[in-house]
Design a binder for this molecule. Structure first.
Ligand code: ATP
Ligand code: MG
Length: 492
């Protein structure tokens, strides 16, 4: 009985001491001291993982380490961790701060990582970033190889689970350190457009989706052909027809980041190359308003520089799996060298509104599938009146409380033939908005989907079939010299 009482007292004492230690975080402190002493006893080695490699290209392993460290549970216990709003509403993600150290254990070995950030100039965002791994020398041989593999696997897991799309923009840099700097800054890509919300011919949507799908699955195919795994899209059409929104929608569909090149910040041809070298795989490289750039005869970037950027050997040096997307208002005056297959593989025309796109926008903005005013709207479209989807969207959004009023305002605007692109009263042919240069020789359609070469097999077959049909109709059209080059196809 006495012994039992004694054991009970010891147990109670043990529990209260432990509780006390927890409460005062003494255990935590004792552990830290223990580690500190251990660190003094053992010889350590430090290894650096810089953000850029010796060619100033992205060090892919740096990205992996970044993702891996931010996913560690120990980051929660670490001081100065940044709390950043996450993808989910009210969600928070943890993110290492500059010069913060975080601990990790692997196969019984304790290692630490420090996020070293050296500012190049005071008060600027430009900095040199390096992760520093510190581990015991005696552990290095035993764990390092396996640990690196573990980081690759774990970061890929995290990336596929919660990939957050980014929009990268190029930053201007003084000439002296253009080559040593990271030239892109990023924000989260939060554009709400999806391929479904874009008012576009439904067959065309299907074609684009299947083209993007087959591109993603064609790694082996491209490599077997000895080609860079890249595909180029040209989106062209009047202002406010959804070209930029479609880029965001494509990025979401593919789950790719977007690199948008602002040519006014590019200093010369080699600067443009450097920007391309610093992009990552699985991304969309976007150049908006290419026609404006070409007609401006920019002193900074030459036409040759642009041609090489679109289809140069450099494309093979900056990571595979890239989509290049260019936008233009019209390709009428564009040099055919720019538009040749390989530089541009898919041409998509974005027309002004027709009755079908009006219905999609009415459904998106007002939740209307049908309305008694629809026949009146259809009639006005038949007279050739039109407006841009952007204008139509604005009218509907500003009158969204009253669908009837919204439709009436659309009718009034269509009747007064709003000036489009500065041209008063632009009217369309009854083909629903084909580009002027192509409307005369084409079957009736609402959009143009022109694909040149480089498609994956099923798409090529479909194009050849269609091409045969069109060739029978018009002998004037340009045909492919073989199945992968020069084919020009049009379908609705
Ligand atoms: N096809 C469309 N479907 C749905 N909404 C559209 C469409 N086109 C334009 N919009 C609406 O108009 C707005 C502007 O469109 P967007 O910026 O994508 O046009 P754009 O073709 O890139 O114009 P610009 O040539 O002037 O840059 C979008 O935010 C969207 O709400
Ligand atoms: Mg745009």
């Amino acid at each position: 009985m006495g012994l039992f009482l004694l054991l009970l007292i010891i147990l109670c004492l043990f529990v209260s001491v432990r509780l006390f230690l927890y409460r005062t975080t003494l255990i935590h402190r004792l552990k830290r001291w223990g580690h500190w002493i251990e660190d003094r006893i053992h010889e350590h080695q430090t290894l650096k993982v810089p953000e850029l490699d010796e060619n100033n290209q992205d060090n892919q392993f740096y990205r992996k380490v970044y993702t891996y460290l931010n996913s560690l549970s120990t980051i929660e216990d670490s001081d100065n961790t940044n709390l950043i709003s996450g993808k989910k509403p009210n969600g928070i993600v943890l993110c290492l701060d500059d010069d913060q150290t975080v601990q990790d254990t692997f196969l019984g070995a304790r290692v630490s990582w420090t996020n070293r950030v050296e500012r190049i100039e005071e008060k600027t965002v430009c900095c040199k970033k390096t992760f520093i791994l510190k581990l015991k020398k005696r552990d290095k041989r035993r764990i390092l190889q396996a640990y690196i593999q573990h980081i690759y696997r774990a970061s890929e897991d995290v990336e596929t689970r919660c990939k957050e799309l980014k929009l990268y923009m190029n930053t201007a840099a003084p000439a002296e350190d253009r080559r040593s700097r990271r030239r892109w800054s990023s924000v989260r890509l939060t554009h709400p457009a999806t391929i479904e919300t874009i008012a576009m011919d439904s067959d065309l949507k299907k074609k684009v989706k299947s083209d993007l799908d087959s591109f993603m699955k064609s790694k082996q195919y491209y490599h077997r052909l000895g080609r860079v795994w890249k595909r180029s899209y040209l989106l062209y059409g009047p202002s406010g027809t959804g070209k930029s929104s479609f880029i965001a929608a494509m990025a979401k569909f593919l789950s790719y980041d977007v690199y948008e090149i602002d040519l006014s910040k590019v200093v010369d041809d080699s600067d443009l190359k450097m920007l391309l070298l610093q992009t990552r795989k699985k991304s969309l490289i976007v150049v908006e308003d290419l026609d404006r750039f070409i007609s401006s005869n920019s002193p900074a970037v030459s036409l040759t520089g642009m041609l090489n950027f679109m289809d140069g050997i450099l494309n093979s040096c900056c990571g595979d799996e890239k989509l290049m997307v260019f936008t233009m208002s019209s390709k009428e005056k564009i040099d055919s060298a720019i538009l040749r297959p390989g530089r541009i593989d898919v041409h998509i025309y974005f027309p002004l509104c027709n009755f079908n796109s009006f219905k999609t926008i009415a459904n998106n903005c007002l939740g209307l599938k049908d309305h008694k005013l629809f026949p009146q709207v259809e009639e006005i479209f038949l007279t050739g009146s039109t407006m841009s989807p952007a204008e139509m969207t604005e009218l509907m959004i500003s009158n969204r409380c009253s669908p009837g009023r919204a439709l009436k305002s659309v009718i009034t605007a269509l009747q007064t033939t709003t000036p489009v692109n500065g041209k008063p009263g632009m009217r369309l042919h009854h083909n629903g908005g084909l580009p002027p240069e192509e409307s005369s020789s084409l079957p009736e359609t609402s959009s143009v989907f022109v694909m040149d070469g480089n498609c994956s097999i099923p798409v090529v077959k479909e194009i050849q079939k269609l091409y045969g049909l069109i060739r029978m109709k018009s002998s004037k059209k340009i045909g492919p010299s073989d199945q992968f080059s020069g084919s020009i196809e049009r379908s609705g």
